[in-house]
Design a protein around this ligand. Structure first.
Ligand code: AMP
Ligand code: MG
Length: 319
């Protein structure tokens, strides 16, 4: 349904207006430290359905519920000691915990896609946090983009895809982590990585003092919605390229003279993560203009490189 999308400022009036849109069952795009989220009241079936409609998202894909504090999160899920240890170490921050739903949680079935677990996160971004506090309820929020496309890390990216389809955008700046949250399933003391993201697997293993289950074969999704093709630019992509061919524009990493854009000339993975989605959008436009393909330099497979390679593999997957 076509609607006027309000551009809201980041002062207290803007935050209050955004909370009001949520309370009325509307959709608000808001900044978190990972990417811009498209939020709706997680208790309101119609509001949650509107997220799926605005994004064109397949309905079997459950949503992450965002809350202002761990105390609020305990209302919606059963926390084991291990879950509390992870929350204490990494919240607020880019970690989502998939936990058993608490009795009487009151979340829409559309949020959990009918599962008996729920994914919860306490984001660290000051504006996202202020909105969650002002709204004072659970906010279901996937990334604020058309399903399957590159995730948004600026308000302009949000508007490029969703202007006229959502109630409002909180016009904050660029997101610093730039990759979605790490998703962990925690059942008692059993921890497994469902999606690599902004918190590294290494830092989780250091905290727990043991190794955790790593993602299974990407062709065998453990977590609904982890389908292969995602984050897809319009141009085709080839990965792990050191020498681009004719008809390719290179997205570099490290010292690469031929790179049209460079994720991080100094091989800093945090910088590369933060640049990834914005540069994929930019290089996609360049590639389309030149009728070229996108080539991407090799990214090391440690730390944030795990999440960067995961997103690149999906961006390059057959569509
Ligand atoms: P997005 O919000 O687009 O970053 O994606 C959220 C992802 O969280 C989904 O694609 C699911 O894979 C995962 N997720 C959310 N809720 C659950 C759950 N209850 N169990 C397993 N995975 C979940
Ligand atoms: Mg997404």
């Amino acid at each position: 349904m076509e609607q006027k999308t309000a551009r809201l400022g980041t002062d207290s009036a803007g935050i209050a207006a955004a909370a009001k849109v949520l309370a009325a069952g509307g959709l608000v795009a808001f900044p978190t430290e990972t990417v811009y989220g498209l939020g709706a009241d997680a208790r309101n079936d119609a509001a949650v359905a509107a997220i799926y409609a605005a994004k064109g998202r397949p309905s079997f894909n459950p949503l992450i519920v965002h809350v202002a504090s761990q105390q609020a999160a305990e209302h919606y899920a059963e926390f084991s000691d291990t879950a509390r240890q992870l929350a204490a170490a990494f919240w607020p921050g880019p970690l989502s915990l998939v936990l058993p739903v608490a009795g009487g949680a009151g979340l829409s079935d559309r949020v959990t896609a009918g599962l008996d677990s729920v994914a919860l996160r306490v984001p660290a971004h000051p504006l996202g946090h202020a909105l969650l506090k002002a709204f004072d309820g659970p906010v279901a929020a996937p990334s604020a983009n058309i399903s399957g496309r590159v995730s948004p890390t600026t308000p302009q990216h949000v508007l490029d895809g969703l202007d006229g389809r959502i109630g409002a955008v909180l016009m904050g700046g660029a997101c610093d982590v730039g990759l979605e949250s790490t998703i962990l399933s925690v059942i008692g003391d059993q921890v497994s990585l469902l999606r690599a993201g902004g918190i590294t697997a290494e830092s989780i293993e250091t905290l727990l003092g043991r190794s955790i289950g790593r993602p299974a074969d990407p062709d065998m999704p453990q977590s609904p919605g982890q389908m292969a093709s995602h984050y897809a630019p319009a141009a085709l992509i080839r990965l792990n390229v050191t020498e681009p061919q004719a008809g390719e524009v290179l997205l570099g990493f490290g010292d690469q003279a031929q790179a049209v854009l460079n994720l991080s000339p100094h091989e800093d993975l945090a910088e590369a993560a933060s640049n990834l989605f914005a540069m994929l959008r930019r290089i996609d436009l360049i590639a389309q203009e030149k009728q070229a393909r996108i080539a991407v330099a090799p990214i090391p497979m440690h730390g944030l490189g795990l999440a960067i390679n995961d997103r690149l593999a999906r961006a390059a997957a057959p569509r």
